[in-house]
Design a protein around this ligand. Structure first.
Ligand code: AP5
Length: 215
């Protein structure tokens, strides 16, 4: 299964990708997590990406495309993968099609998780993430067992730098302007599947299973 998760910041892509990873036994490629890893290691890419991310803007296409290309070449995607947060622009989508052509692979589905902006702001302002494995939690909707500690790896839970309300509003604006045109792009390819992302995490999960025909 080769799957793209499309949706606004905070729509629940990261949360739902965890169960999809287990369901299909395939890796998650999250460009946001790859960029944050580069920032924490203080790489040249991380230093360049940080200024864009802190302002809620997209990192330039050429940097992201190179990052994904080298990630796909690691050889663990032969049975499939979940692309979380990539592509986010039409040039990235075109570059992805070219990369997959070269690898003789194709995307099966593009899953659009739809959540209204007001709900997004509530979700993101209550989010904490694991500083070690990047798992995502919420102060009300997805609470950890031991306060401040990741259930999966016992890492410390922290707030993301770009989860301040003003930055989230900017990220939503960028999503509507630069990423939402991908809906039409993938509709034309016959790969788009819509899922209502409002509701409990389990409810959304069941809708995704139904949409992918894996009930
Ligand atoms: P990235 O890390 O990809 O962030 P994002 O797309 O903005 O997505 P989020 O991680 O914020 O949200 P999510 O949909 O995964 O939601 P989650 O499951 O955590 O990108 C960050 C930045 O990196 C970008 O702004 C950009 O600068 C750069 N970047 C990354 N990729 C790029 C690219 N391709 N091109 C250029 N730049 C790029 O859920 C959110 C919260 O809600 C959590 O607290 C969760 O517990 C909770 N929650 C989830 N589901 C539910 C539910 N059903 N009900 C209630 N709460 C829920």
């Amino acid at each position: 299964m080769r799957l793209i998760l499309l949706g606004a910041p905070g729509a629940g892509k990261g949360t739902q990708s965890e169960f999809l990873m287990k369901l299909f036994n395939i890796p998650i490629i999250s460009t946001g997590n790859l960029l944050r890893e580069n920032i924490s290691k203080n790489t040249t890419l991380g230093q360049r990406a940080k200024e864009y991310m802190d302002e809620g803007k997209l990192v330039p296409d050429e940097l992201i495309i190179e990052l994904v290309k080298s990630r796909l070449e690691q050889g663990d995607c032969d049975n499939g993968m979940i692309l979380d947060g990539f592509p986010r622009t039409i040039p990235q989508a075109i570059a992805l099609d070219e990369m997959l052509d070269e690898l003789e692979m194709a995307i099966n589905y593009v899953l659009e998780v739809e959540v209204p902006d007001e709900t997004i702001i509530e979700r993101v302002s209550g989010r904490t993430v694991c500083s070690s494995c990047s798992a995502s939690y919420h102060k009300v909707y997805n609470v950890e067992a031991v306060v401040g500690t990741c259930d999966k790896c016992e890492g410390e839970l922290v707030q993301r730098n770009d989860d301040k309300e003003e930055t989230v509003k900017k990220r939503l604006e960028v999503y509507h302007e630069q990423t939402s045109p991908l809906v039409g792009f993938y509709e034309k390819q016959g790969k788009l599947v819509h899922v209502d992302g409002v509701g409990l995490v389990n409810e959304v999960r069941e809708r995704i299973k139904k949409a992918l025909g894996v009930e």
